[in-house]
Design a protein around this ligand. Structure first.
Ligand code: HEM
Length: 378
């Protein structure tokens, strides 16, 4: 009797845990294996527990070769020799859609677009897999449902509008991939949010993928990540430690939820911690990532992030960049030299845009999507 009671309690516990992080975390859904989310608070513990019960393992990210960038080209849609992709108005159409969205929704949506690009790149490469709501293999358990993304990413509507705008600019033809639109949009948002200081050309020629799994979002670092975790995850994508420090400067814009940093208020400047404690009415309250932006605009993409480290940043993953070592030296250099960081940021965004690109059309594997949130002929 006692044994069956224990068994029943265990079953209820497992079901509860499964409900908490289950299909939405990609644990029990389709996709490759049982995923452990390193650096994501609560989830990492629950996931490890459930994975343990299910006999799953933590598999560290598979290391990619450093992206070469050779597969893509600048001005890809402006090349009259390639009739299939020729559409000289394509990039301007995306820029127009991004500007319109920022005018209408505010500058925060620009932060959302830059993060969307990063989350796309780190999971299956830059193939717009982050945008899919549904696929044949994963059902509705796609990357959008993964713990780092669910109820967190924003800017999907801007990508949809940009897609329509490119079709209009290309005489109704479906020419511009969603993966390229995402890359152009992140480029444009960087330009606008930096007040024109981070202006760069983004190469293109990416095709869209047809797969997306929530479980694979464990390739994304979490706010509790250690320096080791961060280095391993960026290295796995073929990005350097220097790229990692440079790109983290994007935390000078946008918002973050209290659940990701209230565990470390005692490590922050006490006055700042007090303000955050007062602001955090619930774990889902969102606060500005940068408390000191000029003109009180929390969406200025600038080197203020490096001046904020380590007592005025939210996450452990931010503060650890100031641990003794090479990352600390780079943080100090970036804090002192805005112009150099801006140039480095532009170059690192281009490198990130080269990760895992798919540059040939392979039936059943790649395509140019008609609509960015679903695969063609779904
Ligand atoms: C280094 C590892 C990183 C970690 C652990 C990390 C983690 C996070 C977390 C937890 C949030 C808040 C999400 C929420 O509250 O829902 C966030 C926000 C954000 N992150 Fe990161 N991030 C990292 C790197 C990056 C990179 C490389 C970029 C882009 C280049 C980026 C851009 C952003 C932006 C712009 C936001 C604000 C988004 C918004 O307001 O919608 N992050 N990040």
């Amino acid at each position: 009797m006692a044994a069956s009671k224990k068994l029943a309690t265990a079953a209820v516990l497992v079901s509860l845990l499964a409900l908490l992080v289950g299909p939405s975390a990609g644990l029990l859904g389709s996709g490759p294996g049982c995923s452990v989310f390193v650096g994501w608070p609560v989830l990492s513990i629950l996931n490890s527990l459930i994975c343990g019960l299910l006999g799953g393992n933590y598999t560290p990210p598979v290391r990619r070769n450093p992206p070469t960038g050779k597969e893509l080209s600048f001005g890809y849609y402006n090349n009259p020799n390639n009739t299939a992709s020729y559409c000289p108005g394509a990039e301007a159409a995306v820029t127009g859609a991004v500007k319109k969205a920022i005018d209408q929704q505010g500058r925060g949506v620009g932060a959302g677009l830059i993060r969307l690009f990063f989350h796309d790149a780190f999971v299956r490469g830059c193939d717009a897999s982050v945008l899919l709501k549904n696929t044949v293999a994963a059902g509705d358990n796609t990357e959008r449902e993964g713990p780092p993304n669910k109820d967190s990413l924003r800017g999907f509507d801007v990508i949809d509008a940009a897609k329509e705008a490119t079709k209009a600019a290309c005489g109704g033809r479906n020419v511009v991939s969603c993966a390229d639109i995402l890359a152009f949009a992140a480029r444009d948002a960087s330009d606008i949010l930096s007040g024109g200081r981070i202006k760069f050309a983004m190469p293109a020629g990416r095709f869209d993928g047809r797969e997306s799994f929530a479980s694979e979002t464990n390739q994304l670092p979490g706010p509790d990540s250690t320096l080791e975790n961060l280095k391993e995850m960026f290295d796995a994508q073929g990005l350097s430690e220097a790229d990692m420090v440079t790109l983290s400067g994007a935390h000078s814009i946008g918002r973050a939820r209290c659940l990701f940093f209230t565990n470390r208020l005692s490590d922050m400047n006490s006055g700042y911690a007090g303000q955050l404690r007062a602001a955090c009415k619930s774990p889902d309250t969102r606060v500005d990532q940068d408390p000191f932006s000029p003109d009180f605009d929390p969406d200025n993409l600038d080197n203020q992030y490096y001046k904020n480290i380590d007592k005025f940043v939210l996450f452990n993953s931010d503060a650890v960049l100031f641990s003794p070592g090479t990352t600390k030296e780079q943080v100090k250099a970036n804090a002192d030299n805005a112009t150099k960081w801006e140039a480095d940021f532009a170059a690192a965004m281009v490198r990130m845009g080269n990760i895992g690109v798919k540059t040939t059309q392979v039936a059943g594997l790649t395509e140019i999507r008609e609509v960015c949130w679903r695969v063609n002929n779904a």
